[in-house]
Structure formats: C-alpha cells, structure tokens
Design a protein around this ligand. Structure first.
Ligand code: PMP
Length: 285
C-alpha cells in the first residue's frame, strides 16, 4: 500500500507529493512541525500538540494554514488513508512559496501544509524499552530559540548521527556548564540515587516536550519526588536511572551513557512503571 500525504489541499501518494523548490521550508528551514502519537487510531494529547503548534507559529509570525478544527479533520483523514492504528502523525507548516529572498513573503502568501502519517513497529519499540537504549553526550551547539519546534534541525541531525556512529540511539546535548539540556529528539530525565525524578526546567533552552508535560502531571498525581532543575553529565553517570521522553516512544529507559552503565544496565523500575502508566494520563481524541 503506498503511503498518502496531504499537501496543500490534496491527498497524494508520497511518490507524487511534493512542494515547490521555492518553498521557504526547503530554502530556509522556515517552517515548524508537530509529531503526535496515534494509538488505537486515536490521537494522543492532540490539544497540547496543537497548542504548541500555535505557539511556534506565533513566535515565528507565521500564519495558520487552516483552523484547528480543519486541521483536526485533515490529520484524521491522513491517519485513515494510511490505515495507521499505532504510529505517528506529522504536521509541517512553512511560510509558503516565494522566489528565494530572505525577508518574509508578501502578506497573504499561503503557508504550505504537509501532513503525513506512519505506522510504528510497536513490537520493536517495546523490545527496545525492555532492553533500554544507549545515549552519548555531545555539545549543544544549537541556536537560541530551541523552544520553538522549527524544522531547523541540522545540529540535531548531526548529533543523532554521531550517536548512531557510536552505536547509541540518542544524543544528549550538553550546555557550556556541563549540564544536559535535552536529547536530539527527546526530553532527558534522570532518577537520582535518592529516588528523585529530575528534568530540566522550561527556560527557553529546551523544547517544551508534550510527553514531558503529561509525565509531570502523572508524577505529581502519583506523589513521586520530582525536581525541575538542570543536571550535569556527571550526575547522570551516577544516577540510579535515566530515561528519555517523546511522543513517538513515550518513555524510553536509558541504560548506558557514554559507554558507562546506568544503574545495573537494565531499565529502571521508576522508568518502567511510568512507561506502563503513561497512557492512563494521556488524552485520547
Ligand atoms: N526535545 C526535542 C529536541 C525534540 O525534538 C522532541 C521530540 N519532538 C522532544 C524534546 C520531545 O517532545 P515531545 O514529547 O513533544 O515529543
């Protein structure tokens, strides 16, 4: 079955789908995106993802391509046409098409909207969660507006490839003070030896992860010990547990950092329990 993409009003096989060579997304990475999990054919935490999309658009002074209600319909239709039950739906908006020039296009230039969906191999992700993943650390050399979910992801791409080259699944980005900011495509967490869950606060230098926000609600509801503060790489090496969160994999235990075992190199009990409970706190629509 060929995959179907929504592009500016049409549903097309991926092979026939495309945007202009003059698209601002292609020319300047002048675009934003969202990735929302699909479970049992339902969207997970759609409201929070749509709120973050609006925030990204506002901060970059980009027009909405369509109303929230219309986008909700397009996302569902894309999921349906691709027969996705468990997977992700991807939404990308760019500042539209214009002869290559740096300033914004004239007012009224329609944004480009692309929506795609794909099935996740749940068994593979589950096996990964049972084994845990390895991460490596690299300097965080991104621009200063990483709280915006923009498609300017070149440093993330390079960090992720460095991880893969070293046999790891994820790269943890480290600030000038030696503290972990976040993963190349995930939020970073540790559980200290005292059993305190720690993740970096939202201060403009990480993406406000939706999985992070739902998990914080869950952690608070369960009365677990939790601190929002930066943690160093050294602290992560010495942690009892570590894990990452993102929409596509919810909670993924980390069992190795820079080749050193975390705990006894097995997924931690806190991470595994939170992974089991996560979807009880998530919103399905
Ligand atoms: N940080 C970065 C840099 C990311 O790319 C992602 C994944 N989109 C996350 C964190 C996790 O965010 P979310 O939980 O909303 O998927």
């Amino acid at each position: 079955m060929s995959r179907i993409a929504y592009v500016n009003g049409r549903y097309l096989p991926h092979g026939d789908a495309g945007v202009s060579v003059d698209d601002r997304g292609f020319q300047f990475a002048d675009g934003v995106y969202e990735v929302c999990e699909v479970r049992g054919g339902k969207l997970v935490d759609e409201r929070r993802h749509m709120a973050r999309l609006q925030r990204s658009l506002d901060l970059l002074r980009m027009d909405r391509p369509m109303s929230v209600a219309s986008l909700a319909i397009v996302m569902r239709e894309t999921i349906r046409r691709n027969r996705v039950s468990d997977g992700v739906v991807y939404v990308q908006v760019t500042r539209g098409e214009m002869r290559r020039d740096f300033p914004f296009p004239p007012a009224g230039t329609p944004p480009t909207l692309v929506v795609t969906a794909r099935t996740n191999n749940l068994a593979r992700i589950e096996a990964q969660a049972e084994a845990g993943i390895a991460v490596i650390t690299v300097p965080d050399d991104r621009w200063r507006h990483v709280d915006i979910k923009s498609v300017s992801l070149l440093p993330n791409v390079l960090a992720k490839q460095t991880a893969r080259d070293k046999g790891a699944r994820e790269a943890w980005l480290v600030d000038a003070q030696g503290r972990v900011t976040e993963g190349a495509s995930s939020t970073a967490w540790i559980v200290t030896r005292e059993g305190v869950l720690v993740t970096r606060p939202l201060a403009g230098d990480i993406l406000p992860g939706i999985t992070r926000s739902v998990l914080i609600d869950l952690v608070k509801a369960q009365g677990l010990r939790f601190e929002e503060r930066p943690f160093t790489v050294e602290e992560a090496y010495a942690a009892r547990e570590a894990f990452v969160t993102s929409a596509s994999q919810s909670i993924m235990p980390v069992v190795e950092i820079d080749g050193r075992p975390v705990g006894n190199r097995a997924p931690g009990t806190a991470a595994s329990a939170l992974r089991r409970d996560y979807h009880s706190k998530a919103e399905f629509t």
